[in-house]
Ligand binder design. Structure first.
Ligand SMILES: *[C@@H]1O[C@H](CO)[C@@H](O)[C@H](O)[C@H]1NC(C)=O
Ligand SMILES: *[C@@H]1O[C@H](CO)[C@@H](O)[C@H](O)[C@H]1NC(C)=O
Ligand SMILES: *[C@@H]1O[C@H](CO)[C@@H](O)[C@H](O)[C@H]1NC(C)=O
Ligand SMILES: *[C@@H]1O[C@H](CO)[C@@H](O)[C@H](O)[C@H]1NC(C)=O
Length: 217
């Protein structure tokens, strides 16, 4: 009876923390090697129902607009007194042409200062919600990649985040060998939709466990 009560108590306690405790834990690194901690402190994704989509939406990809100065004017070729251009071209002053809502954005910040931010900018296209995010040029050169997979279409869903520490960010073990790591986790994504179905998605802070290591040759 006492034992059963105790077991039940432990079970209900573990249910309360299951969301966290069921996540895989980071591996134990090889002896003498440091291991990073990847804690996402901020996750913010805005996906408007009428954000310009130069990746998936054929109509948007083919759309032309009237660029007058740094703004967009009425998309009427006959009255356009600026330049009649493809709205998805590289180097546009903004990617909210006439008739479109605010552009899609993604922001992922880590406790160690790494900051990944995406927005359609014409030359470097990140397909938000479908892989790699932009953590900066220096970072890309060194091969550190943070990828996010998820959908903004439900109030709650499961997102996936992968982290690869590139060779350029290799850590040095006590014996001088160099090591890199990668990890991955599911996390709960919460999206709020306004009356136009613009989605603003956030997540509580979470950790991406380190699941693999690799020696740098
Ligand atoms: C350093 O230690 C690791 C294991 O901890 C081992 O795999 C690696 O070969 C060692 N490197 C050198 C240069 O001895
Ligand atoms: C072009 O036309 C728009 C509206 O038709 C006007 O607001 C803008 O000032 C014009 N720009 C120039 C350079 O004439
Ligand atoms: C929501 O979407 C509408 C329609 O595209 C747009 O006009 C509006 O600016 C958006 N609101 C926000 C807060 O992004
Ligand atoms: C972004 O929003 C659009 C419009 O609501 C939707 O069709 C699309 O699936 C969303 N993208 C993702 C990755 O969820």
């Amino acid at each position: 009876m006492n034992i059963l009560t105790t077991v039940t108590g432990i079970l209900s306690l573990s249910t309360a923390v299951s969301a966290l405790s069921l996540r895989p834990r980071s591996i134990t690194p090889p002896a003498g090697c440091p291991i990073p901690t990847w804690e996402v402190t901020t996750f913010n994704w805005y996906n408007g129902s009428h954000s310009l989509d130069c990746i998936h939406n054929e109509a948007d990809i083919n759309a032309k607009g009237c660029l007058c100065g740094t703004n967009w004017c009425a998309p009427d070729q006959a009255t356009c007194n600026g330049s009649w251009v493809n709205v998805c071209y590289t180097g546009m002053p903004n990617y909210q042409p006439w008739g479109y809502g605010p552009p899609e954005t993604l922001q992922i910040d880590f406790a160690d200062g790494l900051s990944c931010a995406d927005q359609y900018i014409g030359y470097r296209v990140h397909d938000i919600g479908n892989g790699e995010s932009n953590c900066g040029y220096a970072d890309r050169g060194l091969g550190r990649i943070v990828s996010f997979y998820g959908s903004s279409n439900s109030a709650t869903s499961t997102g996936l985040m992968d982290y690869v520490l590139g060779d350029g960010h290799a850590l040095t073990c006590a014996n001088g060998s160099q090591i890199t790591y990668s990890g991955s986790t599911d996390f709960q994504l919460t999206c709020q939709h306004d009356v136009y179905f613009n989605a603003t998605c956030t997540a509580e802070p979470f950790e991406i466990p380190v699941l693999n290591y690799e020696w740098v040759s």
